[in-house]
Ligand binder design. Sequence first.
Ligand code: N01
Length: 543
Amino acid sequence: MTQTTAAAESTSPQKVDAVVIGAGFAGLYALHKLRNDMGLKVQVVDKAGGIGGTWYWNRYPGARCDSESYYYSYSFSEELEQEWSWSERYPDHNEIRRYLTFVADKFDLHRDIRLSTTVTGASYDAARDRWTVRTDIGQDIEAQFLITAVGCLSTANVPDIPGLADFRGDWYHTGHWPHEGVDLRGKRVGQIGTGSTGIQLAPELAKVADHLTVFQRTANYSIPARNAPLTDAFQTEVKETYRDIRDWAKRVTNGHPFDIRDQSALEVEEAERRRIYEQHWDTGGLRFRAAFRDILTDRDANETASDFIRSKIREAVKDPDTAEKLTPTDHGFATKRPPIDTHYFETYNRDNVTLVDLRAAPIEVITENGICTADGEHELDVIVFATGFDAFTGSLEALNIAAPDGHTLRDSWQAGPQTYLGVQTPGFPNLFMITGPGSPSVLCNMPVAIEQHVEWVAQCIAHMREGGLNRVEPAPDAAGEWVAEVNRAANATLLPQASTSWYLGANVPGKPQMFLPYAGGMAHYADICDDVARDDYRGFVFS
Ligand code: N01
């Protein structure tokens, strides 16, 4: 081959049927479905150096899934279910990456995944109905379909605190934890943030750091995870009943195969209510939410659950002043995503752990020596930001995807994302989002939400191919009505009442505030999607 031909080949676009951005749970399944089941030519790209999506990046001490391992997994292959065995009730990040690697090996996925490749932009040629996806490795990729599988929680939110650049120690965001780990022995560590991540992290940091100072803005509820190794008997039972487990996960609100008790918290006597809460507390994990049917819909019912957990915090934390600071009073249990923990509250009984209440003394500045609050300076060697993500929209907007009229997603979503079913947005033909804003996503056990979306998108693409259709996008009216439905569903719950929640975009300064996931329940949502498809893809415009 001559040099000129080689240069021309390296710059001429790669041509495929579909580009998938992201190689986590969603991207891997999209590749398998579209390529292995449907015969499409697919290219997956991911800026990470390995597969795993969120689990490639989140390697902070204590990083572990809050869904239970046996159902935080794919259901599409019975063979896979039988071949893979989970070791613990909640898988840690290492085990999840091993699982996804096993999946990628088994279904021969690696050969169509380009890692360490960042998408820098995408534009649509309306004359040819083709997306051109630009990357930082120089070669464009052309495809009829562009599918984002970038996750809902992928863009780190590092708060803009003055002085960070002056800090002489090291600082990390949990979502970009160094793969080689961080040696915290003998160090004074400051942790900002007490969401699900911070609550997993603090007990682990406290075990190794010389001293841990936790900077808390909002006190949080948490339920003991009660993690434990899975017994052989349990694993056998799961494998024998997997079909029932998967069906169960699909017919319930949150994609977790357990039923919510069909009783109001207000229907029972106080002693009986306490007994039921104790029972669920002992079971541990997200199952606690299933104690009564109205914990998330009735303020008084919610208060009984909130009060129960407050009493547990006061029992666990020996110093009454620290216990009071750790006790949430400004929002109800589970109106923000409920964390689960392993000895989180007990961690504050250690001599090497201090809690700083930022409501009483806010952070003013980061100095070269540490963090200065209104009460004075806390000297630190390391600062860890467990401050969450620019959820739902951050990663999508960063892709710099432009519609045929030149508007980017960021331009179009200035007042908040407008999507139809969370799967497409008007003006962006043949762009599909897996677990996009306006779909149940984070309110559901993610693999259940992901499989449903991938399968629906695949079905839509098959419909287009069978009908000789080149282009699909939602009608603006359909998106407007769907946004109204997302708001209606949210307002039927207590979820929008937690005013600092990332469900509302409230954690990122300047972000438009609207309730972003669909709270109408996964099973109900899947029925709507199926009904739309049966009704000739009502609300979508094909050409
Ligand atoms: O982030 P968060 P996260 N100054 O946004 C605080 C998923 N997840 O990474 O509440 C001081 O919930 C902020 O305070 P406040 C799960 O869906 C899953 O913990 O805004 N503090 C809060 O305490 C989860 O919900 C798993 O007042 C600041 C914290 O930082 C989602 O990821 C494990 C601040 C951020 O909490 C996000 O959780 C972990 C500031 N300027 C996470 N800015 C598994 O299933 C923010 N904070 C394994």
